[in-house]
Design a protein around this ligand. Structure first.
Ligand code: PLP
Length: 416
């Protein structure tokens, strides 16, 4: 990597770690954490005034970056008009968003909730109702390496044993199969199955894209048996792949797609996009939510969708993705501690070589010391999730910072 491109870096200062967090919160996160106080675009500032390039984006949430003016305006306006009414009543914002999602994706109906995991809960519950209506089996098929959330149904279809096992017994009837493996697919997806749930790109698993053959085989098999195919696009959806939905890259039409994360510009919202056949057996009272699809979050999401669905916006994301991929390929070529880079769109990862003399947390800490925020993906990879509005200069700067972080760990430049 050339240091000539490197912009001046802030002098290294200790990161601002929140004091006393360990006594405030249960130990579900590694504490103390870096304390962030403000952000704009692709940058955040910590409590000590140090600036970072944010390639975490709230874990693939802040599509339009921090403090996006269009989202701030929409939310401020809605906060002064009508904040909450519950789903006993309709609002113009929720209807407008449902219509816009329907028009942009071709789905028939939209169920709103508050988070990704709730979207998965809803989709799997709807699949069970569909199975009952058609006299079919009630099992689910999910994939090794997959992540779908932390609540009952969602954690039951999540692969990582350490996320599941402390809470067993979970929802029974989950069958795990190998991701991107066509052998044995027909045996595991049989008439005892109520739904197949899959990430077209495994996010938490380390930015691993599905192959075209795999998703097409799943679609052919599930269609033949009348089993709903559910795409979890909570992380890769809403433009991160360079298309509004990653399914468009594959030419596969699932029966349901779950969105969340980026959908409302940083506010909590989830949306389950449904084909009519999956919605039809539902009836009032079967499922619901107090907050889901409220006027403030849906107003924010309208502002996000209005920008993200534009062909010019998506073309720019694809361009940035190509630039980031090329820069990461060069980084892998320059550092023997890295074995590969992969991903789709602006969901990318670099993988540590088996003999790397440091681990993923050490690389994330070194990147932070060099002013770049990154997040783990799987056991051996670090994810890069810039906001979708990231510039070419910010990508160059981030990769330079990562290059310096790797160098600081003593791994630069062994020719391959
Ligand atoms: N599904 C995928 C693919 C995710 O990446 C996540 C979160 O990281 C979830 C589901 C769960 O979403 P949430 O944390 O909003 O419940």
């Amino acid at each position: 990597m050339s240091d000539l491109l490197a912009p001046p870096l802030a002098p290294l200062a200790p990161p601002a770690l929140a004091a006393g967090e360990e006594t405030l919160f249960p130990p579900t996160y590694a504490l103390p954490r870096l304390e962030l106080v403000s952000g704009r675009g692709a940058r955040v500032t910590d409590a000590a005034g140090r600036e970072y390039l944010d390639f975490v984006s709230g874990i693939a949430v802040n599509a339009l970056g921090h403090a996006a003016p269009a989202v701030a305006r929409a939310v401020a306006r809605q906060m002064r008009t009508l904040v909450h009414v519950s789903n006993l009543f309709a609002t113009p914002q929720a209807q407008a968003l449902a219509r816009a999602l329907r028009d942009s994706t071709g789905y028939d109906r939209v169920f709103f909730c508050n988070s990704g995991t709730e979207g998965i809960e809803a989709a799997l519950k709807f699949a069970r109702v569909h199975a009952a209506a058609h006299g079919r089996g009630r099992d689910f098929v999910a994939f090794r390496g997959g992540f779908h959330g932390r609540t009952g149904f969602a954690v039951s279809v999540t692969w990582t044993p350490s996320y599941r096992e402390p809470f067993e017994p979970l929802i029974p009837g989950v069958r795990f199969a190998d991701y991107n493996d066509l052998t044995g697919l027909d045996a595991v997806v049989d008439s005892g199955v109520a739904a197949v749930v899959v990430e077209p790109v495994q996010g938490e698993g380390g930015a691993v894209p599905a192959t075209r053959e795999f998703l097409h085989a799943l679609r052919v098999r599930t269609r033949a048996l009348g089993i709903p195919l559910i795409f979890d696009e909570i992380q890769i959806g809403m433009g991160r792949s360079g298309r509004l939905l990653a399914a468009e890259h594959y030419g596969v039409d699932p029966d349901a797609t779950v969105l969340s994360k980026a959908i409302a510009g940083g506010l909590p919202l989830g949306a389950v996009l449904l084909r009519e056949a999956l919605a039809a057996p539902l009836s009032p009272g079967m499922h619901g939510t107090t907050f889901g699809g409220g006027p403030v979050t849906t107003a924010a999401a309208l502002a996000v969708l209005e920008k993200v669905r534009r062909p010019t916006f998506l073309a720019r994301v694809r361009r940035r993705a190509r630039e980031l991929d090329a820069a990461l390929q060069s980084l892998v070529a320059a550092h023997t501690a890295l074995s590969a880079t992969r991903g789709l769109g602006l969901l990318r990862a670099v993988n540590l070589a088996a003999d790397a003399p440091f681990d993923v947390p050490a690389l994330i800490a070194a990147a932070r010391e060099h002013g770049l925020l990154l997040v783990r993906g799987g056991a051996r990879a670090v994810r890069l999730l810039p906001p979708l509005i990231v510039t070419k200069a910010e990508i160059d700067e981030a990769v330079t910072r990562l290059d310096r972080a790797l160098t600081s760990l003593g791994q630069k430049g062994n020719p391959r």
